[in-house]
Design a protein around this ligand. Structure first.
Ligand code: FES
Length: 364
């Protein structure tokens, strides 16, 4: 029965929603197969283990309907039910694609975070998660270039470890690969034991750990000492904003920016918050929820809505996945990435990267 339902055309499916009101097709499908959903496929946590004091790996078995991933290094939006509300965050998949429907994510608990402490400290085997479509082009080309450099920091190791695991599974000649990883100390290196063992076992991989408590932040001199031909290598960088800003500067100054691939877990800092008309933020009304709140010029509508108790759709929270698209009923918004002010009534905006620019109404 589920196989038939899955292939219903979209209009028929929407019609089913009207016929089954007040229950939605999801409710019936959950009875047939609790891991299948019309809107968001589900996944079940199958294993949980600690990587470091504050980072935890979850193995998830995806239900039917999940897109799967096509390349190591991609990320997946994960929906987590907390206190009756569904919260979405995006995590790199740390396992290479293998067609099994199982994958792993590794989550570091962010102090004062809402979702990451739940996933890193409280989630148990059997818990159901919602899964969005896998995305991301922070992946290796096929075939990979002959010389690679991964420059990672903290939990930014996650997409790189997926690519390293994929390389380790390949047969034949592997690229000459250098991993330069920054962490406060050896105990805080996520996947530290596995990476050290891999570098000992695999002649194509060289691992350099940079421990910032002892050595300070990575700089160009230190990078050059660890990897003298860094600017000649095709490079993938992921980590805290300071590390990525350093990488962008260093590769640009070396006229090698075209060889640097970046993955950000957070949007860059607002470009020009607080300048121009409406630059002091404004009052936002969530018309369907009947909630009003004040929002500052550098506060995303997503954060403002969640802080006011509105259930906001979201995914990556950084302007990539478009899960947060919401209709603007009135007012103008500022794009936090570029500073551009835009918006007409009826426009659909990304709430995660938009701040209010004067009074705003959102249809949520
Ligand atoms: S939550 Fe992904 S684009 Fe806004």
């Amino acid at each position: 029965m589920v196989g038939v339902l899955r292939h219903l055309a979209r209009p028929v499916w929407q019609g089913a929603g009207r016929l089954t009101t007040p229950l939605l097709p999801d409710d019936f499908l959950a009875v047939v197969d609790p891991l299948w959903s019309a809107k968001w496929p589900a996944g079940r946590v199958e294993a949980v283990w600690a990587e470091t004091a504050d980072a935890t790996t979850l193995t998830v078995r995806a239900g039917r309907g999940w897109s799967g991933h096509r390349a190591a290094g991609q990320y997946v939006p994960v929906g987590v039910g907390i206190d009756g509300a569904l919260h979405w965050r995006t995590y790199s998949i740390t396992t290479p694609p293998d067609g099994s429907g199982r994958f792993a994510i590794t989550v570091r608990a962010v102090p004062d975070g809402r979702v990451s402490p739940h996933l890193a400290r409280r989630v148990r085997c059997g818990e159901r998660l919602r899964l969005g479509p896998v995305q991301g082009d922070f992946v290796l080309p096929g075939p990979p270039p002959p010389r690679l450099l991964f420059l990672t920091g903290g939990i930014g190791i996650t997409p790189a470890v997926a690519m390293l695991r994929a390389l380790a599974r390949r047969t034949g000649r592997r690229p000459d690969t250098v991993l330069v990883h920054s962490a406060p100390d050896a105990d805080r290196v996520v996947f530290g034991g596995e990476l050290r063992a891999m570098a000992t076992r695999e002649s194509w991989l060289t691992l350099h750990e940079h421990h910032t408590r002892q050595e300070g932040r990575l700089d160009r001199v230190r990078l050059g000492a660890l990897c003298p031909d860094w600017e000649m290598r095709e490079s993938w960088a992921c980590g805290p904003e300071g590390l990525l800003a350093f990488a962008e500067r260093a590769w640009r100054d070396a006229d090698a920016r075209h060889r640097l691939h970046l993955e950000r877990f957070r949007p860059p800092s607002p470009a020009v918050p607080g300048r121009g008309p409406g630059g002091h933020g404004g009052r936002v009304r969530f018309t369907r929820s009947g909630v009003e709140t004040d929002a500052g010029p550098a506060t995303s509508l997503l954060n403002a809505g969640e802080a006011a108790g509105v259930v906001m759709p979201s995914g990556c929270r950084m302007g990539i996945c478009r899960s947060c698209l919401s209709p603007l009923s009135a007012g103008r918004v500022r794009d936090l990435r570029t500073g551009d002010v835009h918006g007409e009534p009826g426009d659909v905006i990304q709430t995660c990267v938009s701040a209010v620019c004067g009074p705003v109404h959102i249809d949520l």
